[in-house]
Structure formats: structure tokens, C-alpha cells
Design a protein. Sequence first.
Lengths: 114, 113
Amino acid sequence: GESVGLHLPTLSVQEGDNSIINCAYSNSASDYFIWYKQESGKGPQFIIDIRSNMDKRQGQRVTVLLNKTVKHLSLQIAATQPGDSAVYFCAENIGNTGGFKTIFGAGTRLFVKA
Amino acid sequence: NAGVTQTPKFQVLKTGQSMTLQCAQDMNHNSMYWYRQDPGMGLRLIYYSASEGTTDKGEVPNGYNVSRLNKREFSLRLESAAPSQTSVYFCASSERTRSYEQYFGPGTRLTVT
């Protein structure tokens, strides 16, 4: 299967604990942010998104927080499970008038210890 | 539904050889994308197709060409492969270009020697 880079930032958490994955974005004009999960051997999978006019959005067991002042995004996973082990990417969509531009971060690898 | 499918899963090429990566989606999505993923660099957009009949360059289009064959299929062609094109290639689709939820295929691992 396909693998992501071997030298990603890594977060290791105990099963049942909460996980917080952080991401810094680069462009003040970004109008939309997305979190993707990539399991080993698979393509990225959409988790949750948030518009720039929001500062928090909740999904099932996940919460995304957006701090535009410091250009910071975080993904909180409640009661982390072994199946949450994966690489997590944040992505920012830069608003524009013509083309399409989503910039992906390098990713964070989450290990869940049983 | 199979979602987004890609062929082949693995490919090894010699420098200068050509090949086409195939992608198909069965979700009736309008927009399709090709990305490459390199270690530590996240996904970078190569080309995209906002709708059938249109294609546009992304962040790293040099050395690649694309064809939106029909609404379902979007192929990526390497005319003369170079070692710098060694990467994992992902195809994705979305309902429309500014739909932020993209559905990805399983990827193709390409090695150019």
C-alpha cells in the first residue's frame, strides 16, 4: 500500500484519552479549512471542515477549532480509539476568483496505544 | 459504489519512458483532481478538471498532461518520466470545484529509476 513520509510529527496517546492535533496555516485569505485522515495504504478521507467565519465546529467525536488571530487550527478527537491511528492532514482553501487552490499540510501521525 | 478507483497500484518506469495513470469515479461528481504526495510535503495539486471538457493547472503541472475523457474518467500522463516524478499519485473527485469534501482513490506508487 501507499505510505506517507517517515519523518512526520508524531503524537502518541493512550486509548480512551483525548487527542489534539495542531496545524498552522499560512494564508490570511484562506476561507475554508478541512481535516483529512489517511490510513496506511489508503487515500485521504474527509473528516470535518470549518469556514473562516466560524471558530468551532463539532462532529462525531471530533471538534475543530480555528484561531484566525494566530492562524492556527486544531483537531480534537474524543475518546481516541485504535482505529484513529493514522496520519492527519489539515488543508486550507485559499479564496480566489478563478482557479482552485487547496493547500495541504505535511501531516501528523497519530499512534493510539491500547 | 466503488467510489474513486485508480490503476495501476504500482508502477516502475525507466527515465524517459511514458505512461498513463487512470482514474474513474462513480459518484457523478463534476470535479476531479490529480495530486502527488511526497514524504514530508503533503499533497500537491498537479491538475484539476472543474467539469467535463475543462482542465486547469495546479501547483506542480510541469512534466504532466491530463485528459478528462468523460464525466467519470480523468487520466494523468507522464510523457517522459524523470526520477523527480517518483511519488505516490492520488486522484480525487468532488461534487463541484468549490466543494471542499474531496473523495480520494487508493493511490498509485510510481518509481522512476
